[in-house]
Design a protein around this ligand. Structure first.
Ligand SMILES: Cc1cc2nc3c(=O)[nH]c(=O)nc-3n(C[C@H](O)[C@H](O)[C@H](O)COP(=O)(O)OP(=O)(O)OC[C@H]3O[C@@H](n4cnc5c(N)ncnc54)[C@H](O)[C@@H]3O)c2cc1C
Length: 477
């Protein structure tokens, strides 16, 4: 679709005024590429600070590149080292569109070199250990790197192996899929293509039978917590469009479909529309028997006990059990944790619910104990959904506050409000755009966020990828 056609459809479907439609279209791919081509190299822009010091950025994903671009522009004498193994960058949100057959696999892999300027020292390696008490770290190849300031942007690590009976090479065979599957260090993302094949195999099977499909969500924090449901609804709709059907089970360790009540209610309506989805709340996948196609879940639940006259309420008793479910097709969302180098270091929270994740202040994003260290993105142990949208909002905060520390200022003026976003694809052509922060819903555009809309589908499918590629990764938005 060209931008004119998109705008016509936005006006028809959403009843937006021409002015509002134009406002949205200002974010079109054309606008993005024009801006990208006119974007000055970092060094040519006016710098806002003469602060000096060696800054080391660890990671080569969304958060790291956003910080790198902004820092190169802000410092008049930048001395920046990036430690990142990947020459290729994966646009991870696009894995869902690859699965849905809307993108080709190559649409989501970009060359990292263009984002890391010649003035930056690039160590193509991974950090093995952090030693923040001595302001240094060691890479896997054994290089010791000292720093004055450190930004940690290492994202998350998948733990498929925590599901007994599952190994990564089983994904893509015997009805098992996982859109998450990727090797970010190698710059590959197999999960999208594997899940596209899984959609097609399911479609084929539904022509002659009514397959049973399970989509899982683990108990750990998950990057893009909406992805398990995106796959659930898109695969269901993929069948529905050809008048085929299956029995879908959404087996989630969570007790609800979405943390915000308004969005939870909207999703319940979506599910009622499908009419073939059963939710299994409190179910965490722990084992898989790929040969027999049986998935086993740890199920936590409560039963009503004695009535307590003093409290005037029933006592609730915690119960747990193992539950086996037969499947024909299963989509697995893996348990995740911070990468080992962070989780096993003094930089991690040492106790509490965020144990193992980077211990930063939820507003300033400065490390709570090591004041010359900042964090951005999924690695942060703060109560925020792990999304690229969050990283985008965190970028200016991290850079602004880091420069304040470099300038020896007492106060860190910039505060992150907890912004995150979930573009929940509830069918082909409809998205619920849930944007929220520490205080609740925070829509960027004056439209009811609980309403599934084609305009958000168009925005996500056609506009977000070029905006991400040309603007966000260059620190221009
Ligand atoms: C299927 C899927 C769908 C998604 N959909 C959306 C969406 O719709 N909207 C949205 O906003 N977000 C979405 N996301 C989430 C988004 O991609 C992430 O939140 C975002 O990429 C986080 O950025 P990051 O920099 O923290 O981590 P990443 O971008 O994951 O980058 C981490 C980097 O650190 C590197 N690294 C790891 N360990 C080390 C080490 N020890 N030393 C050096 N480098 C290391 C990795 O190689 C990688 O380059 C989705 C993610 C997935 C997987």
């Amino acid at each position: 679709m060209n931008p004119e056609e998109i705008m016509k459809k936005i006006k028809e479907q959403e009843g937006l005024s021409r002015r509002d439609a134009l406002k949205m279209m200002a974010l079109s791919p054309i606008a993005a590429s024009v801006l990208a081509s006119s974007a000055a190299p970092a060094s040519a822009e006016a710098a806002s600070s003469d602060a000096v010091g060696k800054v080391v950025i660890v990671g080569g994903g969304s958060g790291a590149l956003m910080v790198l671009a902004r820092l190169r522009r802000a410092l008049s004498k930048p001395d920046i080292t990036i430690i990142a193994p990947n020459e290729k960058h994966v646009y991870q949100p696009g894995q869902i569109f690859v699965a849905a057959g809307e993108y080709d696999p190559e649409d989501i892999i970009f060359d990292n070199t263009g984002y890391i300027g010649d003035d930056v020292t690039w160590i193509k390696d991974e950090v093995a250990t952090f030693d923040p008490d001595n302001n240094k770290l060691t890479t896997k190849k054994g290089t010791e790197v000292a720093y004055d300031y450190l930004v940690v942007a290492t994202g998350v690590q998948y733990h498929y192996e925590q599901i007994e009976g599952l190994t990564v090479d089983m994904i893509g065979k015997n009805g098992i899929s996982s859109v998450y599957l990727s090797d970010l260090a190698a710059g590959t993302a197999e999960g999208g293509t594997i899940t596209r094949d899984w959609f097609n195999a399911l479609h084929e099977a539904a022509k002659t039978s009514k397959p049973r499909v399970i989509c899982t969500q683990p108990s750990t924090p998950l990057k893009c917590g909406g992805a398990p449901q995106k796959i659930l609804y898109l695969s269901d709709d993929f069948l529905k469009r050809d008048k085929l059907t299956a029995d879908f089970i959404f087996a989630t360790a969570s007790e609800k479909l979405f943390s915000l009540p308004e969005i939870d209610t909207a999703i319940q309506k979506v599910q009622a529309g499908y009419g073939n989805i059963t939710n299994k709340f409190g179910h965490d996948l722990i084992r898989i028997d790929a040969e027999k196609k049986i998935a086993t879940f740890h199920h936590k639940y409560q039963v009503q006990g004695e009535f307590d006259k003093d409290l005037n309420e029933y006592d609730m008793i915690d119960k747990e059990e193992e539950v086996e479910m037969q499947y024909d097709f299963i989509h697995i969302s893996p348990p995740t944790a911070a990468v080992d180098a962070v989780a096993n270091s003094p930089l991690a929270w040492q106790k509490g619910t965020a144990k193992g994740w980077l211990e930063v202040d939820r507003e300033t994003l400065q490390h709570r104990r090591y004041k010359n260290v900042f964090g951005i993105g999924d690695v942060c142990g703060i109560p925020v959904g792990k999304t690229g949208g969050s990283a985008r909002h965190q970028g200016p905060i991290v850079v602004g506050n880091l420069i304040s520390v470099m300038e020896k200022k007492e106060e860190l003026a910039l505060k992150f409000d907890g912004y995150t976003v979930c573009p929940l694809k509830v069918s082909y052509g409809k998205i619920i755009m849930a944007e929220f922060n520490y205080d609740g819903l925070a829509p960027s555009f004056p439209l009811d966020p609980a309403q599934p809309r084609w305009v958000w589908w168009a925005f996500d499918l056609y506009m977000l990828q070029p905006m991400y590629r040309y603007l966000m990764l260059n620190g221009l938005m």
